[in-house]
Design a protein around this ligand. Sequence first.
Ligand SMILES: NC(=O)c1ccc[n+]([C@@H]2O[C@H](COP(=O)([O-])OP(=O)(O)OC[C@H]3O[C@@H](n4cnc5c(N)ncnc54)[C@H](O)[C@@H]3O)[C@@H](O)[C@H]2O)c1
Length: 315
Amino acid sequence: MLSRMPSLEGKVAIVTGAGRGIGRSHALALAAAGAKLVVNDLGAALSGEGRDDTPAQQVVGEIEAAGGEAAANGENVADFACAGRMVEQAIERFGRLDILVNNAGILRDRMLVNMTEDEWDAVIAVHLKGHFAPTRHAAAYWRERSKAGDEVRGRVINTSSPSGVFGNVGQANYGAAKAGIAAFTLIAAQELQRYGVTVNCIAPNARTRMTEETFDTSAPGDGFDPLDPGNMSPLVVALCADEAQSITGQVFHVWGGAVNALQGWTAGELFASDERWDADALLGALVERFPDGAAPPGMLAGMQAAGGRSLRAAQ
Ligand SMILES: NC(=O)c1ccc[n+]([C@@H]2O[C@H](COP(=O)([O-])OP(=O)(O)OC[C@H]3O[C@@H](n4cnc5c(N)ncnc54)[C@H](O)[C@@H]3O)[C@@H](O)[C@H]2O)c1
């Protein structure tokens, strides 16, 4: 069945890490909806090492073969100057920038007790700085357009992870970066609203080289494949439509056809006192309120809840 698609005709998008996996799906979907694309990808190994122009060029080829317009970019998103050049490339080549999808990522999983400084630094750099740097340059461009009197409808879509919002064992570096990206989304959304820019975030689930050891790698023979990376992209296209101008600062968990606007770090158990707590008394109150202790339920429990539960919709 062909579905109607919001038109992104005339818009220009950058997708980082778009040579493979989820980013590639986003780029193809945005192009199919009419956007012109800068397909960024360093062509790195899963660990972030090495580079290769081929993946980005292949996706450009796919977009062009389908009648769209695209340009490849091989910059490292974690480098501030490189990220600036990527934003400039979009503006110089296509005349404007409307959409930035921050998606590039790497993995260096290790239990905390064994994690090296390099494993920590590399993952924090690609994810956290790799979100800040392109967003910072795009935001400066949008502020300039807004101050010049243009009606800006800018879009930033960030990429967190179930690991960042629920917490996964073995991913202290990755999960901390991804939690940081969720917080970055909330702050950037509030700061950039005045310039007409929305900032949202996806916590995706898809079968890519990043998850081939976690998920069952075999795609189901027929029927709906909940782990197809393409399942992540309708949300990106929808959020980029003009009609989504007032939806911002949201973190969406996506599993197959279940898109869940998460609620994180809301007010919880209150221990109230009219004056400064005495530590002994507070300890007593904690132990009384949590007779079975208090500990995170783990990533799977969070994913299962987000995959099927709503706080608002009639179930
Ligand atoms: N696959 C999942 O289920 C899943 C779950 C949660 C989060 N994510 C996130 O989704 C995003 C995409 O992951 P994927 O599963 O498609 O992985 P992937 O490895 O298939 O794709 C990531 C791409 O990013 C590129 N890249 C890496 N470092 C880069 C850099 N410094 N500059 C530019 N490009 C760079 C790689 O070359 C690669 O093509 C990542 O941010 C990942 O953390 C994925």
